[in-house]
Ligand binder design. Sequence first.
Ligand code: ARG
Length: 459
Amino acid sequence: PTHQLWGGRFSGQPHEALQALNNSLPYDARLYSDDLDASKAYAEALKRAGYLNSADCDVIVKSLELIRFDWVERSIKFLPSDEDVHTVNERLLVNITGELGQRLHTGRSRNDQVITDMKLWMRKANRETLGRLRLLIEACVLQAEQHLGILMPGYTHMQRAQTVQFSHWLLSHAFALREDCLRLVELRERSNVMPLGSGALAGNPLGIDRLWLAERLGFSGVTANSMHAVGDRDFVVDFIYCCSLVSLHLSRLAEDLILYSTQEFDFIKLADGFATGSSLMPQKRNPDSLELIRGISGLITSNLTGIMMTIKGTPSTYNKDLQFDKQYCFQAHDKLAQSLDVAVGVVSTMQVQRHQMEAALSTDMLATDWAYYLVRKGVPFRMAHHYIGRVVALAEQRGVGITEVPLGELQQICEAFGADIVSVADYGLNVQQYNVVGGTATVCVLEQLRQLKDFCMGL
Ligand code: ARG
């Protein structure tokens, strides 16, 4: 008999061009373990429904374990007729158990089988991704904690804006990653619903206890509509979206760090392990690690558009187009994992250049604080903003800093200026004024650190 699962009504094998396109083993083989887990549970469900006796069920379950061993040992040889991981596992089972193995697929379709496998796989992938995110948040927290109190120019539009703490800046990236974690946790809970028992599309007519199966496989519930279940890949889109967003966050962090590691900025220095040299210019130290992180986000995000384009226009229930979901999903996951590993390495080993950051502060960055000084003297903010603007223009004209404009001249611009304006010249003190929740004052940055640490502990 043919190894093909569906050979009965066919007179020959599929054309080899079709076999080549149809063969998903190169990318779905990694589902072997989830496929075996789901099959073991399904065999037990068949026993409970009266379609397998206890002894036969035991033989199937033990044989599936033997097959797992062969996968681990890499001793499985694929045949040209093997279409996908499900076909291989079933062929191997029939090799071991003969006619008995042919009973396992009773009432089941690869349509409900493959998404059950995918969901089992994704549960692990989700946890793994969360683990990596946690490591990166912790690396940010550690650097922020060790370098608390270091000042740096904060930028908007890449223009010097206001003084902030280095830790405040670094944690701004960590908080984006925290949101990513929350998204993954939410997705894990929402998608942990079992499709098995949906059959090809109509459901299962053999009295399979889906609730029991779901519990056995660690799902928190069962899908409510079999036709929806077999055609649904939204959970894959969601996962790839989560991966894409993480990759964009890593890309933005990388962009900041690339800039800050230039000789012109010199705010941070990459460790040797995360920098590379030039084959031509002996002096070069290139931030390839960060450029790769920035670049790979394009590839990861392309998987999101890829899967969405694949789903678009497919009619209801299962269609073979959906087989490609795995390539997008696995690539997004794998590339993100590599990217996260590098990001953790970069952040935890980078050297923070306190002197260079603080030397980059300039008195124009006090302008906003000067406006607040006038506000505290009773000047309406819009007016204060205007007066300080004039001070900045005057100082610029003379080629000096605003702190060098004599008090008399300041008072000509606005009479609310007093001798105490000199107290608004200290960058460090200015930073401490921003003590609102979320601000850059030390108490607030400490609170951010606490929140992130708590979050990581609870993850
Ligand atoms: N390898 C297939 C996939 O990943 C399994 C489902 C095949 N179903 C079918 N009716 N051909 O989508």
